[in-house]
Design a binder for this molecule. Sequence first.
Ligand code: FES
Length: 107
Amino acid sequence: MARVIYIDHDGTRREVEADEGASVMATAVQNNVPGIEGECGGCLSCATCHVYVAPAWTGRLPAMEADEDALLEGVTAERRPESRLSCQIVLEPELDGLEVLIPESQV
Ligand code: FES
């Protein structure tokens, strides 16, 4: 099991217990974390699951695939070096305590 800490653009922190193997997006949607839409259900076509990974964690995630990189070009909020699509981050035990910041807007 892994815990994810979601941080709103206003600084509100929400800690959620995730099922192993679930994505950061699916965990947010299942736990009513505001600000992550996940409209396509995780099939890499909507980019409404954009997050900023906290600096301490960016180097600990698997590298992104080309499809994710391309879709990030179309996000509404500013794309930053730490931008990821949260449907592509799978929660394994080694990611326990992962912190992600949620952009102010996804659309
Ligand atoms: S949920 Fe649609 S791209 Fe991530």
